[in-house]
Design a protein around this ligand. Sequence first.
Ligand code: IMP
Length: 474
Amino acid sequence: MLAKQRGCGQSQALALFVASDKMGGLMPRGQGSCEVCKMRNVAVIGAQWGDEGKGKVVDVLARHFGCVVRFQGGNNAGHSVQFGGRHFALHLLPSGILEGQNINLIGNGVVVDPCALVAEMTGLEQQGISISADLFKISDRAHLVMPYHRILDQFRDTSPTQRKIGTTGKGIGPTYEWKAARRGLRFCDALARSGFEQRLRIELEQAQRVYSNVSELTTLTVDDVMDQVWPAIERLQPHVIDGVSFLYELNQNKTSILFEGAQATLLDVDFGTYPYVTSSNSCAVGITAGSGVPPRCIHGVIGITKAYTTRVGEGPFPTELTGSTGDALRVRGHEYGTTTGRPRRCGWLDLVALRYACQLNGYDSLAVMKLDVLDECDQIEFCVAYEIDGKTVTQFPASLHHLQKVKPIYESLPGWKTSTNTCKTLEGLPPAAQAYVQAVESFVSCPVDLVSVGPDRSETITRENGLFRRLGVS
Ligand code: IMP
């Protein structure tokens, strides 16, 4: 029985690498799904407004999967991973790249700034991480973030006449706009310099006509843009593949795939706190559109939440704490953006929002991150309902108007006032910390199978027989 329960992780860990005639590189071959949980392909999706610690969870899981896929977002994401006393900040590369064995794919739904990607690859290579074309691939359908997208993003977010979203300024929104407007440039358009330059000329001229008030844009020339981006595009060309056939082959071979979400549920363009969202589907609904796998190939979804809540940028945040408690969470949790360095807004855990994320993503399991940040709290509060215009509301509202009026209704539990950093099991956590985790589970009706009590890989607790153990994490 034990062997069966561990089968999923063991079979994936045994993934073999064989030469693939179609892909011209190494291709991992897994051994099939677990007889117990039937999960071979699993997604990791943030449950809040991002920065929940997805990078750490993907890093813990990655070695048990043959392939890690990013399917949306761009270098607005910032995943920090820490192990062996070393710290890595990832923005575009899937976190599996640190594992050095599995294949990593940037799917078609990701928008890629070629210069930022090359800089990230170079930085990691200098830290000793190998990024060969065998291990890192980019879908030929992925769109390129161009310098004019970045200029527009920054212009709009600082313009007094436009709504300030507090974007990362990386050009993400404009690139998705170009994609939807059928004007975007993709990697498959950038295989030959002359054809790419021609398309670029048309796009740049049109952008300059439409945005004639943006001086930084109107003075940009095709030569400037080519000088900036072409060396990076050339450097990336060996990594470009047909992502659809690639993932099809992996699924045919029963190779396990980990889908790595960036941003998170409440930043999703359809389901988040619109319009204060990112411009992609950053909850589980985005996986198939952003990678090209059929829905039936997603077997499980893991949700990631902090033990409290943070948000960067503008927009509603019902449980935000603007006083000394929020400041203490920020300091203890080192809550400063990986991508922009901005201080994050901090507050108590919002269980109304978390339950919404569980329902929307269909989470099979939750990981609660940064529990140790609460170690010094006397009392821990968590929001169990909203009061809007004097009425109690238990569902997460769609309208900005309502979200801005929310008064959180809290319950509280005593703090544990002791360090959890060295705890190795859920049962080894202080009783008050266990009670807090149980309160979360029972409110959202989803098991918490992983609790993180520090930034290092080693400071991770997984539940006996929980999903992480069944996927092979020890
Ligand atoms: P954009 O994605 O740069 O357009 O920014 C839109 C909103 O999403 C802003 O509030 C950003 O701060 C937020 N955002 C984008 N990426 C992340 C992330 O990785 N973590 C947290 N917030 C993010």
